[in-house]
Write a protein that binds this ligand. Structure first.
Ligand code: SF4
Length: 381
């Protein structure tokens, strides 16, 4: 690990944590031999599990999907030399502190490097561990000035850390600062708060986020077990505020790497919460995530079992974020079998091979009789 683990800050009452330091794990029903095995990982990485999320763990199941996402595991310290500390080039594309500018019309803004939960699979794990500073109006000024000086930027993706752990007062400050930049059109918040502390989502939060700009909230649900009535209430509050709701899921071995789990998750997201499944991320090349990473081939096989078997809006886009900040690549099984001129052969979702003749404008235009009118005319005779 680079600069080592920072001291956890005492969480505020609004984000009451059940676990926020290794000794808090002592009170959980974890086998002592497992604790001993995982001790080095507990000491190395941030730990935080809010009460709500912790209460969803089934301790009788050692493979419980929430347990696996939150309780440190020894495997996190097994680094493959091909893995990366900055897996998608956040730092390589950072022109000023707290900004990543990878794509022309949008930037990432990091108002905090703290989260409501620290996920074992986090791709920014080492940035979060390295964070020495937190929210401050002064620290944000260079980032806000950078956005103001770049009229091509239309959308600000507020991420972190998790921006929704900030107080309503700080969120209001951030929102009004962004609203003052005339060329901005949307603020997008990336957050796990509606998953892990859904009680935080209330009218106070809505008022802090709502203003001149269109607001999009991108949640991060990974497993259907995470979706409980409190999440439904949170999603409803955000929907009724008029916010656009999307979800991104990380494909994680042993947690959600099967089509049936993902089908249930995506249907629950769309039909119960009204949240569009947006991305299914192939697990990044973050150090220490080998145990969570599937192969791309496995991911493609899962996608083949989703498309066509679920309503279109329920199907997320499977994506790979290229190292070095080279952007996202949509991954998907190919449905094109062959092409000759304007004749295509496709395989449908059931594996049936179908041909398709593309109709393209002719040059020069050829006047053709309309077979339907001719047939109508002959019937009238
Ligand atoms: S909430 Fe997001 S940024 Fe925070 S630890 Fe989890 S995955 Fe990482």
């Amino acid at each position: 690990m680079s600069s080592g683990k920072r001291q956890p800050e005492q969480p505020s009452r609004a984000h009451a944590q059940a676990v926020w330091r290794p000794t808090d794990l002592d009170g959980l029903p974890i086998d002592p031999s497992e604790r001993a095995r995982n001790q080095a990982a507990e000491q190395t990485f941030n730990i935080r599990i809010p009460k709500h999320y912790l209460s969803q763990i089934d301790w009788d199941n050692p493979r419980d999907p929430i347990r696996l996402q939150t309780i440190p595991q020894a495997e996190e310290l097994l680094f493959d030399p091909r893995e990366l500390t900055d897996p998608i080039g956040d730092r390589a594309h950072s022109p000023v502190p707290r900004i990543t500018h990878r794509y022309p019309d949008r930037v990432l803004l990091y108002p905090t490097y703290q989260c409501a939960v620290y996920c074992r699979h986090c791709f920014r794990k080492e940035s979060l561990s390295d964070a020495s500073d937190q929210f401050s109006e002064e620290l944000l000024q260079p980032a806000l000035s950078y956005i103001a000086a770049h009229p091509e930027v239309q959308e600000v993706i507020v991420t972190g850390g998790d921006p929704l752990i900030l107080s309503n007062q700080r969120l209001t400050y951030l929102r009004t600062q962004l609203e003052a930049i005339a060329h901005l059109r949307m603020i997008r918040f990336h957050t796990r708060v509606p998953v892990v502390t859904p009680q935080r989502v209330d009218q106070g939060l809505v008022q802090a986020l709502k203003g001149r700009l269109m607001v999009c909230v991108v949640t991060h649900f990974n497993h259907p077990q995470e979706i409980v009535p409190a999440c439904k209430d949170a999603a409803q509050t955000l929907r009724e505020a008029g916010f656009v709701l999307l979800n991104q899921t990380v494909l994680l071995r042993g947690i959600n790497d099967d089509a049936e789990t993902l089908k249930t998750l995506c249907r629950e997201l769309f039909y119960t919460l009204g949240i569009k499944p947006y991305y299914l991320h192939h697990c990044d090349l973050t150090r220490g995530l080998t145990h969570f990473r599937t192969t791309i081939e496995e991911g493609l096989d899962i996608m083949q079992k989703l498309r066509g078997y679920m309503s279109g809006p329920c199907v997320p886009q499977y994506v790979l974020d290229l190292p070095g900040g080279n952007g996202k690549i949509p991954l998907g099984p190919s449905y094109t079998v062959g092409k000759e001129g304007h004749s295509y052969t496709f395989r449908n979702y059931q594996g049936k091979v179908c041909s398709y003749q593309e109709v393209v404008p002719q040059n020069p235009p050829v006047k053709q009789s309309d077979p339907q009118s001719e047939s109508d005319a002959s019937q009238q005779k």
